[in-house]
Write a protein that binds this ligand. Structure first.
Ligand code: 5GP
Ligand code: ZN
Length: 112
């Protein structure tokens, strides 16, 4: 399977690592849309948040326990936003589940 984020996790494509554990890998977005823009991905290939099920829920739950540590590492002491785009209408460009962590400024109230 040809997946960009699987290749990044394996180190086949370079990335700026922020955090890694048994379940997830976090790295800076190549095209930041905020002063701080980090992506968190499960090491297991899951196509999107629409493919979360009881079979892979543990990996997703572990990501959410890692996010506060990642945010602290990124210096996001005043809040941040977590976004996950899904499918065409959600403008998902990489078909491996990822959570955008956006922050470092007061973000727009407009989310759509
Ligand atoms: P999506 O549009 O699927 O929600 O988010 C994909 C994100 O991956 C985009 O924000 C894009 O900038 C980022 N991205 C795409 N290719 C690369 C890459 O090769 N390296 C890194 N670090 N980020 C990437
Ligand atoms: Zn993948």
């Amino acid at each position: 399977m040809d997946c960009l984020f699987c290749a990044i996790i394996k180190g086949e494509i370079p990335s700026t690592k922020v955090y890694e554990d048994e379940y997830c890998y976090a790295f800076l977005d190549i095209n930041p849309q905020a002063p701080v823009h980090c992506l968190v991905v499960p090491k297991e290939h899951i196509a999107s948040a629409d493919a979360i099920s009881c079979d892979n829920a543990e990996a997703v739950a572990k990501i959410f326990t890692a996010i506060p540590k990642i945010a602290a590492k990124l210096g996001l002491t005043n809040g941040y936003r977590i976004v996950s785009n899904i499918g065409d209408d959600g403008c998902q460009s990489v078909k491996h589940l990822h959570f955008h962590i956006l922050g470092g400024k007061k973000l727009s109230e407009n989310m759509a």
